[in-house]
Write a protein that binds this ligand. Structure first.
Ligand code: KE4
Length: 429
């Protein structure tokens, strides 16, 4: 049997790149099979190296709010290409980007551009530590903030103990200042804040989790975090790498009406090119070099090519706020259709959605934190994933990820996906 070009490429890639991929989730480890290698993308579709076309619900893991290769971003990149891609010196586009981010997200008084979400979250925690003079910080089990050492931590012997490294290469010393709590469990956070009073620099949180699959916070939890941080002098950091400019032009903080002390962005602000950003209160950001002593730097930070792409994306959002209504309509349609597909086989699978972030868990109980997320039948998700892939619908190759809908998706696309989901469900359940 002729093996596909993806299979040939994957075989070669595995001899040259660890696991054959440049980011682990792409390797299909949790769903099995051979990763699909893509050749092109346009609008709501991607085409693989064998010419197969798929409706895409990953959108490069979030950046493609407007689908693949929208003309207005392509034109901005091409125009900048003619002038130069990077100078290693300040350029006007960086000032325009800072101005636009701070006007779209009022809690961000000052902002620093970096080149990935990981760089941005690492730097935000460092700035919070520099500002407070404290070492510890709290993260939540199941939240992902990039691969910085002090984030790759799992709960110790009980959720209320110091973290322990998840990955070899992360030292116990690095884990020692990471405290873990359960998402949506305010009492645990209050207990940690009491136990380590005066030692906690920051709480960093995905205001809507994408990395357990989509998980929403309760109002009480978010309001409680804000009140606790204000009372204890803890810096509240919203990791909006995924939710920023996706859920609203002002991100999750606009949707929930909660003002964090710092925010982290990525994905959409790069218009598909590598960009991250962190920002917040001026008094905190003025601690960052060269204004202050907290060191952080980057060769390509704010490079004009990425700024041109990101500015095109954010300006489009600024001029077309109605896109969020469109994304709400399309993704609600998908949610109802997926629920009907599950019900067609007698299942009430949990579907969590907010705006254009959605996840269907192969579990019939509410999913509000990591422990409930892992009740999902991941083997069944793997069968669903491959069934949908065979039908031309590209979903995240892992249960614990969010699907993304773009403004390039149409009702017809959504209805195609729903019909396929029904057929696949009836085969696998
Ligand atoms: P990057 O370093 O991958 O640009 O961003 C890290 C990051 C930080 N914060 C949040 C909330 C994120 O979702 C991410 C990255 N998201 C994953 C998707 N779950 C990126 C996909 C991948 O790792 O390949």
């Amino acid at each position: 049997m002729q093996i596909s070009t993806s299979q040939q490429l994957f075989e070669k890639a595995q001899t040259l790149i660890p696991g054959g991929v440049n980011s682990p989730v792409r390797a299909f480890k949790s769903v099995g099979g051979t990763p699909v290698f893509f050749a092109s993308g346009s609008g709501s579709r991607v085409t693989d190296v064998d010419g197969n076309s798929y409706l895409d619900y990953i959108g490069s893991w979030g950046p493609h709010l407007f689908g693949h290769n929208p003309q207005f971003i392509k034109s901005a990149i091409l125009a900048q290409l003619e002038k130069g891609v990077s100078f290693g010196a300040p350029c006007g586009l960086e000032v325009e980007m800072a101005e636009l981010i701070t006007s779209l997200v009022p809690s961000v008084e000052m902002v620093r551009m970096v080149n990935s979400g990981t760089e941005a979250t690492m730097s935000a925690v460092r700035a919070a530590r520099g500002f407070t003079g404290r070492d510890k910080f709290i993260k939540f089990e199941g939240c992902y903030h990039g691969h910085g050492d002090y984030f790759l931590i799992k709960a110790g012997s009980g959720a209320l103990t110091l973290g322990v490294p998840t990955s070899p290469g992360v030292t116990k010393g690095n884990a020692a200042d990471t405290l873990l709590a359960t998402y949506n469990n305010l009492a645990e956070v209050q207990e940690l804040a009491e136990k380590y009073k005066g030692e906690i620099a920051a709480i960093i949180i995905e205001p809507v989790v994408g990395n357990m699959g989509t998980v929403l916070p309760t109002k009480e939890f978010m309001n409680g975090l804000r009140q606790l941080c204000t009372k204890e002098g803890i810096v509240l950091i919203f990791d909006e790498v995924m939710t920023g400019f996706r859920l609203a032009k002002g991100g999750a903080q606009e949707v929930f009406g909660i003002t964090p002390d710092m925010s982290v962005f990525g994905k959409i602000i790069g218009g598909g090119l590598p960009v991250g950003a962190y920002g917040g209160k001026k008094e905190i950001m003025m601690k960052v070099a060269p204004a202050g002593p907290v060191y952080q730097a980057g060769t390509l930070s704010g490079n004009p090519l990425a700024m041109a792409a990101g500015l095109a994306a954010l300006r489009y959002i600024q001029q077309n706020p109605a896109i969020y209504t469109r994304l709400e309509e399309l993704t609600a349609r998908l949610q109802h259709g997926l629920a009907a597909a599950a019900q067609s086989v007698g299942k009430n699978y949990t579907i969590n959605r907010i705006g254009s972030m959605i996840s269907m868990f192969f579990s019939e109980q509410p999913v509000t934190d990591f422990a409930s997320a892992v009740t999902s039948d991941t083997a069944l998700y793997g069968k669903f994933f491959h069934g949908m892939l065979d039908e031309g619908h590209y979903l995240p190759p892992a249960q614990f990820e969010a699907w993304f809908v773009s403004t390039a998706h149409t009702e017809a696309n959504i209805d195609e996906t729903i019909a396929a989901a029904k057929r696949v469900m009836q085969k696998i359940v």
